[in-house]
Design a protein around this ligand. Structure first.
Ligand code: SAM
Length: 289
């Protein structure tokens, strides 16, 4: 693409796109997290199956495709073309139409003639510049796997997401939990690093290739509430994923009976404020008035 190099976050996700589903398949912990995630999506998903949905940071399409299979009209958005290609392959396999729209190749401006939202539009765009997408288009916006955390300007990205919501529309986003980042600095004995991290919430995604390293923004529950308040969104709630130590003890999930009990316990506790610090990820929902 002339005139524009790929950002580290694109390079990283382009590289892992082909492997992405396989990273999680068959992992007891991630399968449990995905089950909990889907149940939380169902809690917030509008009942009207004609509601246009947008999957932001869609990756290989895991959640948007589940919405498609549930009968919703869905568009997809990601900064990584390779991830969007994976999603396109899967839409094709389902016999669903799709259209690629690239907002990164040229200076961004409002897209014209894109028609109704939810027709399988595959937006290649960065969350912090969504000006090509028409305001008030979506009744449900989902972003799983923390795309807001890997956005250069998360405050601006959230403002853009709020703009895309229709009145009454709901946004459900997972983000990295700042309270979990604390351990890393203690383990490294890095007290000044800890102080800086707690002030800024910024950390580096440490991949082997320095060209793929990008800044991660980690959030506190209070910050997420404030972000929604600033945008005039009604706070619908927050969960931790996971508040029980399911990752450390994932072998317990191999037994169907124990798995059932643990997931039930996790769901009964995942909104408890006192337990949120245990969770690697926070997931919050808000509604536009
Ligand atoms: C961890 S993956 C999650 C993919 C998918 N949502 C899932 O849960 O399986 C994060 C995705 O967010 C995308 N992403 C990261 N930063 C982004 C940005 N600034 N704008 C749009 N997408 C972004 C990445 O390319 C990647 O596909």
């Amino acid at each position: 693409m002339p005139g524009r190099g790929r950002s580290p976050v694109e390079r990283y996700h382009d590289r892992v796109a082909g492997l992405y589903d396989g990273i999680y398949d068959g992992d007891l912990y991630w399968e449990a997290v995905f089950a909990l995630t889907w149940r939380n999506i169902l809690r917030h998903l509008p009942k009207d199956q004609a509601t246009p949905c947008l999957d932001v940071g869609c990756g290989a399409g895991r959640w948007g495709l589940r919405l498609v299979r549930s009968g919703y009209p869905v568009d997809f958005l990601d900064i990584s073309q390779k991830m969007l290609d994976r999603t396109a392959d899967k839409l094709g396999a389902l016999g669903k139409p799709f259209v690629h729209l690239d907002c990164l190749g040229a200076p961004s401006r409002p897209a014209v003639g894109v028609g109704r939202p939810g027709r399988g539009l595959l937006w290649r765009a960065s969350l912090d510049d969504l000006c090509a997408l028409p305001a008030g288009s979506y009744g449900f916006i989902v972003g799983q796997g923390d795309p807001l955390s890997s956005t250069e300007k998360p405050g601006r990205a959230f403002k853009e997401i709020a703009r895309l919501l229709r009145p009454g529309g709901v946004v459900l986003l997972s983000v990295d939990n700042r309270l979990q980042g604390i351990h890393h600095y203690f383990q490294a004995g890095d007290v000044s690093g800890l102080e800086k991290f707690l002030r800024t919430g910024r950390a580096l995604w440490l991949t082997d290739n320095p060209d793929e390293r990008y800044v991660l923004h980690m959030f506190t529950p209070g910050q997420l509430r404030a972000m929604c308040r600033e945008r005039g969104l009604e706070w619908l709630g927050l969960i931790g994923k996971t508040v029980l130590p399911l990752r450390r003890f994932k072998e317990l999930l191999a037994d169907p009976e124990k798995r059932g009990t643990l997931l039930r316990l996790e769901e009964s506790l995942h909104g408890e404020e006192a337990l949120l610090a245990n969770a690697a990820h926070l997931e919050f929902a808000a509604r536009k008035g």
